[in-house]
Design a protein around this ligand. Structure first.
Ligand SMILES: [Zn+2]
Length: 401
């Protein structure tokens, strides 16, 4: 097979060559020395760790001065390569070295020097020094439960079956929930109609139950994918103002997921200024396109599809990959999804658990009767495996800074 392909290729090349006359011939003559020059003078490149990597004890060796990690990459064959000034081991075009991370952020500088001069590649990584296994639980697309409470004028927030069931999970496992909410259900109910008479109750439960902005409404899909940052921020401010009015400052959380996980790159800095420190997404590839990835570039999206987290230094926001979507995961699939993640050092430290509100409601077309059982299954498993409940907007990815 392979041989056939090479034959075909050379036949095509010959045909092209004949068609392109002398310009083609000159091209071929010049191409060869050009390739050799590239091999000799190509730039130095650090491959591991990745720029923006979030590293913890699982990625290296804990030593008295810090975390010892391996650095590796590619450089021209004959160049002398150093990492932060220290010589590296060479093996073909590959180089390797070890460094010790001593602070939260470390610059790693690879310098190669040879007959074509000096080249440099610099990356920055984060050391999650006090890292511990932890999980967060985030629920998207919330609005029905607020309408339910407002319409029924319950004596307690927890007379609403949705909050009652979440509180049960909290009592059982200590789970913390952040509910990402809309300004309107889209059928006439808007947050200003929600009474402030539960404010004390919200405050009393704010150690485990938070509200955050998610979008103005469920429709249209992908509302902020191409919207100007100013529109996203205006919607965020509107919802934030309402949360603080009816549920208190203590219940407010900065957004942790934006509807559809898509925003303009120019929105990231303004989001950081509104207190956003972590944004969760799927970072999945569909039909050849990376999606639900906050429009991050392909290289970083691919990295995130294989890791818990990645820092975007330009904005200061850490991106987190969602580990499980409960409304898509039948009970018997929960452990087969979580178990391999807990065994993979790049996924094991942080469990980003996730679902959507609408599937809890019997009137919803895609109602899932065992939705709460699925949450229980996922939370039970992470609890049994030593993961602690956190909020992503606190500390570093929910852990101590
Ligand atoms: Zn959403």
């Amino acid at each position: 097979m392979k041989g056939d392909e090479i034959m075909k290729k050379s036949a095509t090349t010959r045909r092209n060559f004949l068609q392109t006359t002398t310009a083609g011939a000159v091209g071929i003559v010049l191409a060869r020395p050009k390739i050799l020059a590239a091999q000799a003078s190509g730039s130095v490149r650090i491959e591991e760790p990745f720029h923006g990597a979030v590293l913890n004890r699982r990625h290296g060796k804990q030593v008295s001065e810090g975390l010892k990690i391996q650095v590796s990459g590619q450089a021209p064959l004959r160049d002398r390569v150093t990492i932060n000034g220290a010589p590296t081991q060479r093996e073909g075009t590959r180089f390797t070295s070890e460094i010790v991370l001593r602070q939260k952020q470390t610059e790693i500088i690879a310098v190669s020097q040879g007959s074509f001069g000096r080249h440099e590649h610099q990356v920055r990584v984060l050391w999650d020094r006090q890292s511990q296994p932890r999980y967060r639980f985030s629920i998207d697309d919330n609005s029905f439960f607020l309408r339910d409470i407002a319409n029924n004028n319950y004596a307690s927030l927890f007379d609403c079956f949705y909050l009652k069931n979440l509180r049960e999970l909290h009592s059982k496992y200590g789970t913390r929930f952040v509910l990402n909410i809309y300004y309107t259900t889209g059928d006439g109910f808007e947050l200003p109609q929600f009474p402030d008479r539960y404010k004390g109750q919200w405050r009393d439960n704010s150690d485990w139950l938070k509200l955050a902005f998610h979008a103005y409404a469920n429709k249209p899909d992908r509302p902020y994918q191409y919207a100007p940052a100013s529109q996203l921020i205006a919607d965020l401010d509107k919802v934030a103002e309402q949360i603080i009015r009816f549920a208190s400052e203590q219940t407010y959380s900065p957004p942790t997921v934006i509807h559809w996980g898509m925003v303009q790159p120019t929105a990231l800095k303004p989001l950081y200024e509104r207190g956003v420190r972590v944004l969760s997404g799927y970072f999945r590839r569909q039909n050849g396109i990376w999606d639900v990835n906050y429009l991050l570039d392909d290289v970083r999206s691919e990295y995130l599809s294989r890791h818990d987290a990645l820092m975007d230094f330009d904005s200061g926001i850490v991106f987190s990959r969602v580990d499980i979507v409960c409304n898509n995961t039948p009970i018997e699939r929960i452990v087969p999804i979580l178990e391999p993640l807990a065994k993979n050092p790049n996924h094991a430290e942080i469990m980003d658990l996730f679902t959507h509100e609408q599937y809890f409601w019997p009137f919803y077309s895609n109602y899932i009767p065992d939705h709460f059982k699925r949450l229980d299954g996922a939370i039970y498993w992470v609890t049994e495996h030593g993961y602690k409940p956190v909020f992503f907007h606190e500390g570093f990815l929910g852990g101590p800074e």
